[in-house]
Design a protein around this ligand. Structure first.
Ligand code: FE2
Ligand code: FE2
Ligand code: FE2
Length: 496
């Protein structure tokens, strides 16, 4: 179903300064790298109903097995925190309403600057993670700021002065903006600690809206009292926002150095701004910034070290908690679903390694919901057609994001199919029968069972016995009867 005969290509990537010693040979990973996510949807597209032609295109993509590795042979790959977060940061961009790749570009700027400053290796890594995670607090909130998501951070962190700022905020909205900033900074730093990162990263996330002059967030300290990692992360976020606002690469190449310098003193550390302005005069910086292989280059740094199996599941468990938080679901629900899916996979005679990969896919199945407006996800009422179309894109976002991670091509495929039905009435690809991978069905069943036995905004939790009855009614339409029978043997009764 998912043959993958391609070996990783190796090539030399030149993205970082020679002085930093960061030239490296990297593995491009699976050949589907970057296939989708560089063409990620704009916020506008997210609200557009999928046309029949679009659905057929999606289906054609789904049915092209050459895009996916066969993971059954190799199981869960050894991955670093840096690789996973570089990919998942695209989900944080969606949650923030930013152009895909925002956090990755912030990380590129931060690592470039930190390397040029000659910071020790550990501090450069801290900068990298601080940059990738700076807005994870936005992604984890089930009640994201009411302000314009794409403009909110720019209001505070952009080059606009106080007068401009106030004129952009609706009457009475200022308090809300300030509260939203404080809230996501605080939540973000808590998540980062939970992920196992140290104080420098947590502090950088907590203070990424702080300004050099001590403004930006209630309780902000003047920049000269902030650690270097936090100052670099704050600068990198602002510089990326400035570049994004300028639009044209040619224009920003010409005006960038002066604009960066202008930001020094009030918003950002003037010394760092001077150094960044020098960097912005260099072609190698801009070539790397606009390089289509930037995501692969960041992943290949393997910052944070390779994780063993237990570390990987712990780490992905925290990510799953973030998604649960966003969806207003009880913490630990995603972990429970993933464990159930793993056990069902084993009962279906899959190998331990394949079952582990099913667990990985299940943990990350709903990471695409970060791209769906939070109030659609928790709406205690029937969704409108447009709202439903938006929700139905979440498997596509997740598939695109996960397909960036080397060795997770098959998991991406399964996640993309976890709402498909064997009668062809699922989404987003409307696959039929055997086109729907067994692993995707197992994930879908585990999720459905857990949803039925949990309280929802519009109904009370069912008993396990009632949930099994409901699912039996879906045999032959939503689920394959054989797989469903195997599922029942594990799921009822189920103790996580
Ligand atoms: Fe932020
Ligand atoms: Fe940002
Ligand atoms: Fe889902």
């Amino acid at each position: 179903m998912c043959p993958g005969d391609g070996q990783p290509d190796t090539y030399t990537l030149r993205l970082f300064p020679i002085s930093a010693g960061l030239h490296r040979s990297v593995s491009a990973g699976s050949r589907n790298h970057g296939r989708y996510s560089r063409y990620g949807p704009s916020p506008g597209e997210r609200r557009t109903m999928a046309s029949k032609a679009q659905i057929q295109t999606v289906k054609a993509d789904f049915l092209d097995p050459s895009l996916y590795d066969d993971a059954g042979l190799s199981g869960v790959p050894r991955l670093s925190r840096g690789t996973i977060l570089a990919a998942l940061s695209r989900a944080f961009d969606l949650a923030e309403g930013r152009r895909p790749g925002h956090a990755q570009r912030v990380a590129y700027i931060g690592v470039f600057l930190a390397s040029e400053l000659g910071l020790e290796a550990q501090r450069v890594e801290d900068v990298f993670f601080g940059c990738l995670l700076h807005d994870i607090g936005m992604a984890a909130s089930s009640q994201p700021p009411k302000m314009d998501g794409s403009r909110g951070s720019r209001i505070i962190s952009g080059r606009s002065g106080a007068a401009d700022v106030l004129s952009q905020v609706p009457p009475g909205g200022w308090t809300q903006v300030v509260a939203a900033i404080a809230q996501h900074c605080d939540l973000g730093s808590k998540i980062v600690r939970k992920m196992g990162f140290g104080e420098p990263v947590a502090r950088a996330v907590a203070s990424h809206h702080d300004c050099w002059d001590g403004s930006g967030r209630p309780g902000a300290q003047p920049g000269d009292r902030a650690p270097i990692v936090a100052r670099i992360v704050a600068l990198s976020d602002r510089v990326e926002s400035m570049i994004d606002a300028e639009g044209s690469p040619l224009l920003v190449r010409r005006r960038g150095p002066a604009l960066v310098k202008e930001m020094g003193g009030s918003e950002i550390d003037p010394e760092l701004a001077g150094k960044m302005a020098e960097i912005a005069e260099r072609d190698d910086f801009w070539l790397g910034f606009y390089d289509n292989d930037l995501p692969a280059a960041l992943m290949s740094l393997n910052y944070g070290g390779m994780m063993n199996r237990d570390e990987l599941f712990d780490f992905l468990g925290v990510m799953s908690d973030v998604v649960d938080g966003r969806n207003g679901r009880e913490q630990g629900r995603g972990r429970r679903v993933a464990e159930l899916a793993r056990r069902v996979a084993l009962t279906c005679d899959m190998t331990e390694r394949r079952a582990d990969l099913v667990r990985v896919a299940a943990l990350l199945q709903d990471v695409g919901t970060l791209g769906v407006p939070a109030h659609f996800l928790s709406k205690p009422d029937i969704l409108s057609v447009d709202e439903m179309a938006s929700v139905q894109l979440h498997p596509v976002y997740a598939r695109d994001i996960l397909s960036e991670i080397p060795g997770l091509g098959a998991a991406a495929w399964w996640v993309g199919c976890h709402h498909e039905r064997i009668d062809g009435k699922g989404y987003p690809g409307m696959l039929e029968g055997a086109e729907v991978p067994a692993e995707a069905q197992i994930i879908g069943m585990s999720e459905a069972f857990d949803a039925l036995t949990s309280d929802r905004p519009y109904r009370r939790a069912m008993s396990q016995a009632d949930a099994v009855e409901v699912m039996r009614g879906l045999a032959g339409t939503r689920f394959d009867p054989y797989l469903l029978a195997r599922f029942e043997s594990v799921a009822y009764p189920f103790e996580a």
